[in-house]
Each structure stands twice: as C-alpha cells, then as structure tokens.
Design a protein around this ligand. Structure first.
Ligand SMILES: [Zn+2]
Length: 492
C-alpha cells in the first residue's frame, strides 16, 4: 500500500540508527518534548527545536495517528548550572526586576505562546507546568529513595549515580561512561552535600532567601530540574511512551537523568525513540547576546535587528528553517532568508496558479510518482529539505503547463493540488500570507459597509434594523463595539 506509516523511519539517538517507527499502541502515539524555561524571551534556537517537533506532530497526525503531544513549561527549579548550585533562573530574574516569580513566568509564557502562534505552531495536547506537578515529583523521589537509589543530606535529596550504574548503565543515551565522568569532573569543594560529583539533585532545600519553595518530607524546598520531565511525561503518557524530543544540548545531562529517574522509579526504559534537534547558529557563529551575534524571534518579523536588512513574514522564516533537516546545524543568515523568501513566494504563486491550469486529455508528468517521493522524503526521518525540493518540482510542473511543455489531466490537476496543499499547509505548517492578509482586508471592508448601514439606520431611528445588524454579526462571531470615536469591530 502507498504512503503507509509502516514506512516511517526515525533516527533514534539511543541506537544511533534510523529505525522503522512502530508505536507501542497501534494507531496511537505518545510524544513528549522538553519545553522552555520561562525566564526570558524564547530563544530562536529553541523555536527551531519546537518547530521540528511541530512538524513531527503534524506529520504523525497526517498519517492518521492519534497523537498525544505533551510539551511542558519549566516554571521552577531550573538552576543556573548543571552542578546543582547557583540560583533558580526564574527567582533571579524576579529578584533583579523586583517582581513576583510568577509574574516572570506569566510574562514569558505569554511571549512564548505569541511567538509560536505567529509561526503557526499547533498547540500541544497538554502543556503542563512544573509547579503544577510538585506532588507527583515528590512521589517519584519517595519511590527512588525506597528503591535505594537516592539519599537525603541536610534536607536535599540526590540521585546516587554510582549505585544506579551498578545495575543499569548510566550514560546510554549520550554514550558516556561513568568512569570517564568521574575522571572529568572536578572534585567536590566541600560545599556540596553530594556523595559524588556525578550525583544530581532530585530535591533541594531552599535557602531562607529563596522565594519559590514547597513543603516536602525532607525540607521546604524545590524539585531538581530533571525530575519534572519524568513526572509529567510518565503521568500523561505512561511509564513507557513512543517519542521523546528536545534540543541536542539536553541529551546530557538532562535526558540521561530522565532515563535514570524513570528506570529507578518504574524499572523500565521510559522512551522508545529519542529524537534530538540540532543547533541554530547565526552567520556561522554561536548565537549569543553577549557577543551581539543575536536576534530575537520577534525582530525577524519587524526587521528591527542589525543582522537583517528587512522584515520577513513568519511563514518565510518558517520555510527557511525547514529547508534544513532537523538533525543538521542551521545557519541563520540574511542571505539565506532572502533566498528563502524568493522560493517561498515562487511556491505560493504556483499553488495559486493551479486553479487556472487547463486540463489536457493526458498527463506527461507522473503525479502519483511525485506524490510518492513527497511521502518518501517525510518517511525518511522527516526530511523536510528533500520534501521542499519535491514541492518545487511540483511547482515547476504547474508553471510548465503554461507553455504546454507539461500537460495534466483533470484528475491529475486535482491530485497535484490536494498533495501540494497537504504538504505545504498541513505538514510544513506554512500559510499563504498574502492571500490571508488579502482576505482579512476584504472582511474589514465588508464589516465597514455594515457598520455604516447600521449608522444610517440609527439616524433614521430604525433601531430594529440597527439591532438586527449588530446581533446577526455577533452570531457569526463579529462583535461591534460602540465608542466615542465611532464603532469598531473584533473577530472572535
Ligand atoms: Zn525535559
């Protein structure tokens, strides 16, 4: 059979190979992706990671899987470095700006959602927060202590990596050996309560000045960062689930710790397929605020950044990012964006032109074979650049119908159009910006006509008509707001 999901291969970080994807439960997929820590504007590199998994989510849904996609919000307990010392990033920001930690969380969660909406991301099925799952995290710690793989010191609880490593290998995902880790870590400076530097915190006792704290059997404190993902993924997807995604930088120690915590509490490996999106760099260098080699996602849309020469539409930026495979490094450059912009509008023009293609009695372009190549690209570990190359091939065929060098039958025109729409809009999640903005202009124009008619009706004291216009617009989701400056409208 054509296009079946049995052909889907996914590169699994765990095995280092592309494996045929088979979900645990036929027809259902459980997928988790580590979400953002909401203490600053979302980083473009993170947007890229989430976009990769947005496309995975979209394609799996297209293949008719029922997908439960969980992406968390880290709103507590993420310390500044992996050695379990330093300040909670959210608390630090709150202290610097003299606001409540939850105000920081709220502000940057809203920013995160705005940016993702602008990029046309689908919302995940569940977006749980770390602070909403403190009880679950405490329960997991209790189990790990009961299983002898964690210990308490001075109100903090640490995972015993060496003890764990006696029965299960620690480091299987990042291909590290505990012996090497011991060799490479600095000796404890006497400040830490840990038995060994490799151990990581499951619970930290809060210092008196620490604002974010919760009661626990060990102390008033807060959970270690790695624990929240274990708590939330297993709660909503089960002790074993299909796909876990995240950025490459999370492979170690974060995901390694997730595996250890799940094994230590549930006794089995939590995830079948580990997927990691590669980095985003800018102009060939690491993106960093401190060096100025930096751009905020929003600045791409406004053009207000020295590294770009103009503003770019969100779909153009999205198209640009998807022209690199998610496992390749993506170099963000102005020239790259300009080239993508040309390509994007070429593709959109071709899609707009399909309806004008005159059908021929026979086709000399094999639309079925082309459609299969589109699926083959996505089935090969979500290879969006190859898919896009195929979409351009489809666009070229459409354009060549104009001089007659390509002919298409009526059925093939319909198939080509449907396939283009599926991949461009549903799977890649692009939107035809010009078209939609044109449509909203027309909508505004039409509502303005009705607002003026209503005004005339009121001048003529025909309040029945005036109310009818207002009420019937409200029924279709358009609210009129009468103000001192006149009447405006909002679309719900
Ligand atoms: Zn995580």
């Amino acid at each position: 059979m054509l296009y079946t999901s049995q052909d889907l291969k996914i590169y699994n970080t765990l095995s280092g190979e592309k494996e045929t994807f088979k979900p645990i439960e036929d027809g259902y997929v459980g997928m988790y992706c580590c979400g953002p820590t909401v203490y600053s504007n979302v980083h473009l590199g993170n947007v890229r990671t989430f976009m990769s998994f947005d496309v995975v989510f979209r394609y799996l849904r297209h293949l008719d899987y029922k997908v439960r996609y969980v992406r968390n919000i880290t709103d507590a307990g993420h310390l500044e470095n992996d050695a379990d010392v330093g300040e909670d990033r959210i608390a630090k920001k709150a202290r610097l700006e003299a606001i409540e930690p939850m105000e920081v969380v709220q502000r940057y969660t809203v920013d995160f959602h705005n940016i993702l909406n602008t990029f046309n991301f689908l919302p995940p099925s569940i977006e749980p927060t770390a602070t909403g799952h403190i009880i679950e995290q405490i329960e997991i710690i209790k189990t790990i202590i009961d299983n002898g793989l964690a210990y308490e010191v001075n109100g903090s609880v640490y995972f015993d990596v060496l003890k764990y490593n006696e029965s299960k290998p620690y480091g299987i995902l990042s291909k590290r050996k505990v012996e090497d880790l011991i060799h490479n870590t600095r000796q404890l400076d006497g400040q830490s309560d840990k038995k060994n530097p490799q151990d990581f915190a499951l619970w930290k006792r809060a210092e008196p000045q620490h604002i974010m704290r919760w009661p626990s059997p060990w102390s008033d404190g807060f959970p270690g960062w790695h624990l929240e993902c274990t708590a939330m993924s297993t709660k909503y997807l089960g002790e074993q689930f299909d796909i876990h995604g995240g950025g490459m930088d999370l492979k170690f120690p974060h995901h390694e710790c997730e595996i250890a915590q799940a094994e230590a509490s549930c006794g089995n490996p939590p995830v079948n397929f580990w997927m990691h999106a590669n980095m985003l760099i800018m102009n060939g260098k690491k993106m960093a605020k401190s060096t100025g080699n930096f751009i905020l996602p929003n600045e791409i849309f406004t053009g207000d950044n020295e590294h770009i020469t103009k503003a770019f539409a969100p779909s153009v930026a999205r198209f640009f990012m998807l022209q690199a495979h998610y496992r390749s490094i993506l170099d963000f450059t102005n020239d790259g964006l300009l080239a993508s912009e040309k390509g994007f509008y070429r593709l959109m023009d071709a899609i707009d032109a399909i309806d004008g293609v005159k059908p021929s009695s026979e086709s000399n372009f094999d639309v079925n074979a082309w459609k299969q190549r589109c699926y083959d690209a996505m089935n090969d570990d979500f290879n969006t650049p190859i898919l896009i190359a195929n979409l351009f091939e489809g666009a070229k065929a459409i354009n060549q119908t104009k001089d007659g060098s390509v002919t298409l039958s009526k059925n093939d025109i319909a198939l080509l159009k449907a396939t283009m729409h599926t991949f461009v809009f549903d799977v890649l999640g692009l939107t035809n910006e010009e078209q939609s903005s044109g449509q909203s202009d027309k909508l505004s124009g039409a509502v303005e006509i009705l607002i003026n008619l209503r005004k005339e009706a009121r001048i003529n004291k025909d309040f029945a008509l005036s109310d009818k216009i207002r009420d019937e617009l409200a029924e279709v989701g358009i609210t009129l707001n009468d103000g001192r400056e006149g009447t405006t409208f909002s679309v719900n």
